[in-house]
Design a binder for this molecule. Sequence first.
Ligand SMILES: Cc1ncc(COP(=O)(O)O)c(C=O)c1O
Length: 387
Amino acid sequence: MSIFNEKIDRLKTSSVKWELTKDIFGEADLWPMWVADMDFKPPQAVIDAIKSRVDHGIFGYTFVPPSTAGAITDWLQKRHQWEVSPTWLLYCSGVVQAISAAIQSFTAEGDRILLQAPVYTPFFDMIKKNNRIVVNSPLTLVNERYEIDFASFEQELQQGCKLFLLCSPHNPGGRVWGRDELLKIGELCLKYNCLILSDEIHSDIIFREFKHIPIASLSSKLSERVITLVAPSKTFNLAGLQASAVIIKNEDLRNQFQGTLTRQGIFSLNTFGIIGMEAAYREGEPWLEQLIDYLQGNKDNVLDYLHDHLPEITCVQSEGTYLLWLDCRKLNVSDAELHQLLIEKGKLALEPGTKYGPGGEGFVRMNIACPREDVMEGLDRLKKALG
Ligand SMILES: Cc1ncc(COP(=O)(O)O)c(C=O)c1O
């Protein structure tokens, strides 16, 4: 029996996913397959390392030790064949915080920042809240797989963009970008002098036939123009520990980013974030291998279920992440009706596609990182709502 079949009650833990549906969807007691965390315990080594730190009993100011940096760089080398020096690392509590700090570090108010919608909502929010301009080069859906329209991408760069927010792998589209695509992105961004901010938070959850390539690892020229964001939060389900790493090889860019953190008074991470991050990257690999297979099983179950019971709904080809992007456009209902049906009839909380910007209309995002039985419960509710 898989460890991931264990059902764990998350109520009364201030879980955003389980306890905030009333605030977000207007109803309590919805079956939660929305926000991106998992209903799984992390690797036992993470729990043990935190317990042992708790037992020590003193929680004073803590710095990120070289052993944590080493755990991160060893992980990147082993999993993604990317040689990173520990001196290139800076830390933020979250990847979204790092996105905002990067926008503040490398662009000015009124600057144009490029993204590819539909994409993770805070990309838009962080650009807008920092008074920069969102520029969208929309992804195109070809046979239920997202592709980059490089003509549109180049056209936007030609008009001047200071920064490109790359989501790699892509949330919610599920694409694990291939070498040729990343090389082309890199070539165009270098040509038009646009820095790349590569959010690689989902880079460890990749289905077997695919391979994540850190864009900064592709050439020495690119490595000087890319800021990469990684974290153990999605991989090992540690979002509440609030720890992420920012990788910047270029010293000037790194100093600029460090300057922003210093101005914001950010000097270190939460003690348990540091402990959890190091234990996860050092000892979590066997657990991750099992997780990927389990998620593949969950995904297969969803695909079979849709095929058998809800053939009007198709799933966009998912190469990585535990988030499925369901195309409901053939149902011919408006987004408002779709969500009313899901909430009122299905008692099911899925992320509305419209949250992800243009191109998200008619889609919903389903989080399948939960015990298989819970995935099936969600599917039955989907059928009740939309069947
Ligand atoms: C692409 C992407 N970036 C960042 C985050 C959130 O990162 P954090 O919780 O570290 O701010 C998520 C969470 O779903 C995500 O999908």
